[in-house]
Design a binder for this molecule. Sequence first.
Ligand code: HH2
Length: 267
Amino acid sequence: MGILNTTPDSFSDGGEFSGLRAALEHAREMEAEGAAIIDVGGESTRPGAAEVEVEEELERVVPVIREFARARRPATMISVDTSKPEVAEAAVAAGADVINDVTGLRGDERMLEVAAECGAGLVVMHMKGTPRTMQASPEYADVVSEVREFFEERLESCQSAGIDSERICFDPGIGFGKSLQHNLELLRRLPELRVGTRPLLIGVSRKSFIGKLVGSDAVAKRSWGTVALTAYARELGVEVHRVHEVRPNLEALRMAEAISFGVAGAG
Ligand code: HH2
């Protein structure tokens, strides 16, 4: 899953892709590099980020989704990174296949209804608190159990709302109300997070805990750490990897997959 932030203030690429042309070009570039899904977001969720009005978010994401939906390869999917039901609904009408909601469809009660009606795929992510508050000393008795219980509860709520579980993918929300230790514990115990046969998605790309581990605040210094974690998470079975840099992370996936599953026709 290649990240396309149409925001002026995202933590690693804010402003770079906020015009329609630049956004489309970047989407096509990630698709050409092998992204299976392009994740279009119009609101930054970095710690302390300002909230964006519905109209503004619609203007940022809908034209990009509409244009890219026309030009994409048939197999490429589009997801919309939003927690607003109005944006999700308009994005799906414009061609998005998946709603990626960092609030796990809890941010607005209408989201479950929209998700049930529109038939899109869903990414249900765990977050403790809100982007404004989430990094203020988050605490858990056991972060893995708490995230897993959250997934199970959301699965039930989705099913009660008439959503087929086959449409759902779960994401532990790395960096969303988690300390460095919490992030590492979640990564170490990824297989425990799996609910039934539902896929797992993970977003580690360029996140600040990588900076802490490599000893640098520079976002540009987080690429190799990201690639290492992508290979590691693939080895632990994670199916979807949300990344800024598609090619190196796809290569990491291919390496891990070659070891785990073998290579057809290899001598
Ligand atoms: N992380 C970010 C945004 N959306 N969605 C899912 N499912 N999982 C994630 O880990 C995730 C996400 C934050 O990263 P980014 O989009 O690069 O930054 P920003 O929120 O500042 O736009």
